[in-house]
Write a protein that binds this ligand. Sequence first.
Ligand SMILES: Nc1nc(=O)c2c([nH]1)NC[C@@H]1CN(c3ccc(C(=O)N[C@@H](CCC(=O)O)C(=O)O)cc3)CN21
Ligand SMILES: CC(C)C(=O)C(=O)O
Ligand SMILES: [Mg+2]
Length: 292
Amino acid sequence: MVSENVSSGELAAPYGSGPSAQAQDKPRKKVRIHHLREMKERGETWPMLTAYDMYTAELFDEAGIPVLLVGDSAANNVFGYDTSLPVTVDELLPLVRGVTRSVNRALVVADLPFGSYQLSPEQALATSVRFMKEGRAHAVKLEGGRRFAPHVEAITSAGVPVMGHIGFTPQSEHNLGGYRVQGRGDAAEQLLADATALQDAGAFAVVMEMVPAEAAKRITAELRIPTVGIGAGPDCDAQVLVWQDMAGLRRGKAPRFVKRYADLADVLSQAARSFAEDVRGGQFPAPEHTFH
Ligand SMILES: Nc1nc(=O)c2c([nH]1)NC[C@@H]1CN(c3ccc(C(=O)N[C@@H](CCC(=O)O)C(=O)O)cc3)CN21
Ligand SMILES: CC(C)C(=O)C(=O)O
Ligand SMILES: [Mg+2]
């Protein structure tokens, strides 16, 4: 199943490389870090989604999403916390394992939760090793700029690919003064310095969250590694959304950077109401659902 449909041995990229083959083609084989760099070199923009369980991982993998992130946003979108701060490694690990078990091609990135890497490069490496060994992740991700270059270096030196995350970093929301755009005006230079430091420390990609499009465009042009935008305008190398936002499962006001591609909240709510009505009215189970 993994290597189905590999038409030519020298086709290195998991996607077709012609302009028409871009978005609609499924990856033909396992996505590797170097494929992401090659897509940047070819100017192909790629999608990333969060996934926290088997069915979503399977569906998104088959839909041709090359990178899946088991985000610490599971805090909000799985566990019901009001911020991402409380979620633990022990809570996230089984979600990562469920996702990695369920994909054939996608690269699975495990998001390191608050408190599990900030203490030292050694702690960052120890936590990453758990996500790789127990979660079977393919890469890890952590939040922070220049100050986390030593942590990124410790992890990559051990052979574990690291994705950075700068701009609005939800684990620091109390320090950043809430959900706010980062890197406006002079702060854009700081953001570029952060991105460059992460690249130099060995990061394979960097998420930029809630960053002005102009700054994101400049950073994307300066870096060799791909940038992944969320609220960072159209000029990043990749775009990521939380899947429940993308599919309209989460209700309430979504951040401005979200586009809804479905209304799953409505679909599921209708299904639950119909089931309840059938049970209450005696229409379910029918003879075809019944054993004798
Ligand atoms: N479901 C979900 N989607 C996310 O994008 C997400 C999470 N959860 N959890 C972790 C973080 C938190 N994030 C968030 C959450 C809310 C806003 C938000 O409400 N933004 C508003 C206000 C911006 C402002 O005041 O400048 C917006 O309109 O974009 C932004 C990022 C991004 N991440
Ligand atoms: C929004 C993405 C980048 C994230 O860090 C998460 O979902 O936890
Ligand atoms: Mg996160």
